[in-house]
Design a binder for this molecule. Sequence first.
Ligand code: SF4
Ligand code: SF4
Length: 70
Amino acid sequence: MINFIKEKCQGCGVCVEICPKKLLLLDKSEVNGRGHTPVSITDKDSCSQCALCAMMCPDCVIIISNDEDK
Ligand code: SF4
Ligand code: SF4
């Protein structure tokens, strides 16, 4: 499962560039409390949970969790 703490996102786009499946984008219809356009995912089901995006994010916005039992 991939989740985002959108309030922490600075809209830098590093995760958008790094995702090998090109699933991430900056959703221009949203603005967070910091005044930035936060990250969004186009298709959660296609995410391989490789965690590359989470590793590269400077603000720890992206959380990959293994909570399939819940
Ligand atoms: S975990 Fe991997 S596949 Fe999923 S959004 Fe991040 S970089 Fe893309
Ligand atoms: S989630 Fe992280 S890497 Fe992606 S745009 Fe936001 S701050 Fe940048």
